[in-house]
Design a protein around this ligand. Structure first.
Ligand code: NAP
Ligand code: MG
Length: 407
């Protein structure tokens, strides 16, 4: 069989630990045999980030801007333990944070649903998509340890030299302090990406913040969404038969639990981080969640929503067998290849992505799965496969039925 040819390189961002191990197997088993892969490779593994003083992360994000589509492996965000473990020159920032700061935009995360993995929340019948604002707030913060008594102030100095000043707190003893920001421009593009995505997928859009407590910061988010909705989208939503509604974040959480799903839930950066893990776990598994960053100027970065699965990696290093779920990472590849196909007009690439995703689902529904899914499935007679054998089983499904239009 002839391999599918590509015209524009896909930006490939390799990562760390167990997901780096899966990455290599996925390429060898599910990509190289079928596609003449054209990729521009960036090694975002922690050692290489350290060697390049994190320049490689910035270069990869700029390549994403240049070519439009990237696929990213999970990466370690260093903490004190990692600085020691990898003997780092510095506690490098979160690569996702760096990439999102360069690209801006919104992260859309949706569960991959399969028969036999029922959501823990009984009333959920349809997937819930989280739209996570991917710029600013706590991910671009400045923090300080306060050692003792003193006054903390918020000061803004305008270009003309005028200042605005607010007291944050009069410290009587040690404590902590944090400053963060966001931009109208970024919030506006967040709002537009959400409204467009809702129209594209014909789903209602919910948005929630804590504007009753954060009367200026969060309230600005609420106001910008409302203004853009009324000016640019209200009519289109009416025609499409979908709705937009705003509520408080705590009310949203309560409503989500009682809903039947099938909508997009727009969240600020931190809320989206936390709520997407909640949603994916409640739908079954962190490893059954797709994630794509969509920038306002039309660049896409596909990734898995979970981390590097460190605990499994340490077992792997000891030579023990692992059963790590590669579904989200496979879907990151298929998502990116499909988008590349759409942008370059290569329909074979889009078909490949559809068929490979279907092969993954068929494999699981036939009872072959990794341990995390085996623990929660309602299917009988399941076979628990190790990390590598699951990917090989997907390849076997694809080879057996993938060349047909439907599996
Ligand atoms: P994690 O890698 O998502 O893993 C947390 C736990 O969830 C695992 O220990 C495992 O549970 C389960 N899990 C997650 N993905 C799985 C998969 N594919 N298959 C099977 N089980 C899976 O999160 P973490 O342990 O908090 O973080 C590890 C590293 O990842 C950290 O260094 C963090 O900085 C990084 N991280 C990166 C990203 C990213 O690049 N997008 C996102 C989050 C975290 P059991 O151990 O019980 O099997
Ligand atoms: Mg998270």
């Amino acid at each position: 069989m002839e391999k599918i040819k590509m015209t524009t390189p896909l930006v490939e961002m390799d990562g760390d630990e167990m997901t780096r191990v899966l990455w290599k197997i996925i390429k060898e088993e599910l990509i190289y045999p079928y596609i003449d892969l054209k990729s521009e490779y960036y090694d975002l593994g922690l050692e290489h980030r350290n060697e390049t003083n994190d320049q490689v992360t910035i270069d990869s994000a700029n390549a994403n801007k240049k070519y439009g589509v990237a696929v990213k492996c999970a990466t370690i965000t260093p903490n004190a333990a990692r600085v020691k473990e990898y003997n780092l020159k510095e506690m490098w920032k979160s690569p996702n944070g760096t990439i999102r700061a360069i690209l801006d935009g919104t992260v859309f995360r949706a569960p991959i649903t399969v028969k036999g993995i029922e959501p823990y929340v009984r009333c959920w019948k349809k997937p819930i998509t989280i739209a996570r604002h991917a710029y600013g707030d706590v991910y671009k913060n400045t923090e300080m340890i306060v050692d003792g008594p003193g006054k903390a102030e918020l000061v803004f100095t305008g270009e003309d030299g005028t200042t605005k000043r607010e007291t944050i707190f009069d410290f009587r003893g040690p404590g902590v302090l944090q400053g963060m920001h966001n931009l109208d421009r970024s919030i506006e593009s967040f709002a537009r990406s959400c409204f467009n995505y809702a129209l594209d997928t014909k789903q209602d859009l919910w948005f929630a913040t804590k504007d009753t407590i954060s009367k200026k910061y969060d309230h600005t988010f609420k106001d910008i969404f409302q203004e853009i909705f009324e000016k640019e989208y209200q009519e289109k939503f009416g025609e499409a038969g979908i709705t937009y509604f705003y509520t408080l974040i705590d009310d949203a959480v309560a409503r989500v639990m009682k809903s039947e799903g099938g909508f997009i839930w727009a969240c600020k950066n931190y809320d989206g981080d936390v709520m997407s893990d909640m949603i994916s776990s409640a739908f079954g598994s962190l490893a059954m969640m797709t994630s794509v960053l969509v920038s306002p100027d039309g660049n896409y970065e596909y990734e898995a929503a979970h981390g590097t699965v460190q605990r499994h990696y340490y077992k792997y290093l000891k030579g023990e067998e692992t059963s790590t779920n590669s579904v989200a990472t496979i879907f990151a590849w298929t998502g990116a290849l499909r988008k590349r196909g759409e942008l370059d007009g290569i329909s074979e690439l889009c078909q490949f992505a559809d068929r490979m995703e279907q092969a993954v689902i068929t494999t699981i529904e036939s009872g072959k799965m990794t341990k995390d899914l085996a623990l929660i499935t309602s299917l009988k007679d399941v076979t628990v496969l190790n990390s590598e054998d699951f990917i090989k089983a997907v390849r076997a499904t694809y080879d057996c039925c993938g060349s047909q239009t439907s599996l």
